[in-house]
Design a protein around this ligand. Structure first.
Ligand code: FES
Ligand SMILES: [Fe+2]
Length: 355
């Protein structure tokens, strides 16, 4: 399976991992168990005891350690076995894999590659999460589809006018006709555009006749983290500033952070938030926003899973490339390049001399 390993993946919401609970996840095909230590720090271990391969998620938390409840081996957060019932000697092979974990912005991030290169500075910064000035609602959705099709979907938002005609698109072609500017950034792409004459969102309690010019800019980060901020201005603003970004205060802003994490080659989990500022929105607006998002993301899921079934039935058929596929093709190339680089064996000095 071809996954990028040396990067941070969202393993869940902080609130998914309660104290004294064992949460099992499959990420990149690997079984993982998550739990909290006494100081509330999250531990991520391979969910497979090294003895007879029983899942540790059926185990018992003992202080900071986790005991397999099949024959009682006890593991420290490092993955090292620290107790073997019935024998004094602990074999050096009695160890399970331990994953570097960082909890940040209400997300639990796991480094799936070489632990020595796990750099928390590479974690993308979620927008609005856990910020006192913003309402935040969260959700997640499991897909029967490869993660790349979901990245593709999020990298081409012209689909809002079609897939989300009745929800986010509000029967308008404003997204479908928008043309984004795509700029490479460190480990990602920045995709920005004016969405001109855009109907105001239903969840703010505004009628669809209310139009705005909306500046929508997002960073799409490796391996599939979507960080979108939109700023709505009065109609005519886009033309007045010659389609450049406007610095003036918008009428309102909307933030959403989303993350795509592969479970396996054909299964993916998608985490998303909706964030509205307390300066213009009520809690009720915020609940309505996530309800619209839930309906819209179910529309994406239906389309993408159907697309996956067609792809699987006719694997020989190639996709064609249109102008609107610019961002998704750049991102696929970025990911493919990173995967290729990390799969190359480190070259030894002697080999380098021969080359
Ligand atoms: S399978 Fe875990 S202790 Fe035997
Ligand atoms: Fe969508």
């Amino acid at each position: 399976m071809m996954f990028l390993r040396n990067c941070w993946y969202v393993a869940g919401w902080s609130h998914d991992i309660a104290a004294d609970s064992l949460v099992s996840r499959t990420m990149l095909g690997e079984p993982i168990v998550l739990y909290r230590k006494a100081d509330s720090g999250v531990v991520a271990l391979e969910d497979r005891c090294c003895h007879r391969l029983a899942p540790l998620s059926r185990g018992r938390i003992e202080g900071d350690d986790l005991r397999c409840m099949y024959h009682g081996l006890k593991f420290a957060p490092s993955g090292k076995c620290v107790e073997v019932p019935g024998q004094d000697l602990i074999p050096s092979t009695a160890v399970v894999r331990s994953y570097p974990v960082v909890e940040r912005d209400c997300w639990v991030w796991l480094w799936m590659g070489d632990p020595a290169s796990a750099d928390p500075a590479l974690i993308p910064e979620a927008l609005g999460h856990d910020h006192p000035d913003w309402f935040m609602q969260t959700g997640q959705l499991a897909y029967e589809a490869n993660y790349e099709l979901i990245n593709d979907n999020l990298l081409d938002l012209t689909h809002l006018s079609y897939v989300h005609e009745k929800t986010l698109g509000r029967n308008s072609m404003s997204w479908g006709e928008s043309r984004p500017r795509v700029t490479p950034i460190e480990r990602g792409l920045r995709i920005a555009r004016w969405v001109v004459n855009n109907p105001a969102p239903a969840y703010l309690g505004l009628p669809p006749e209310t139009r705005t010019d909306m500046w929508a800019s997002y960073d799409y980060m490796v391996p599939g983290v979507f960080l979108l901020a939109t700023q709505s201005h009065p109609p005519g603003t886009a033309a007045a500033c010659k389609m450049e970004a406007r610095s003036a205060e918008p009428m309102w802003r909307v933030l959403t952070s989303q993350a795509v994490t592969p479970i396996s080659e054909r299964q993916t989990i998608y985490y998303y938030s909706g964030c509205l500022s307390r300066s213009y929105a009520t809690e009720d607006h915020s609940k309505q926003q996530i309800a619209v998002f839930e309906r819209a993301f179910a529309e994406d899921k239906a389309m993408i899973e159907a697309q996956q079934r067609v792809v699987d039935r006719t694997p020989e058929r190639r996709m064609m490339i249109l102008a609107t596929d610019g961002a998704l093709n750049q991102f696929r190339r970025l990911m493919a390049g990173l995967i290729e680089t990390e799969q190359q064996p480190p070259s030894r000095p002697a080999e380098r001399r021969l080359a």
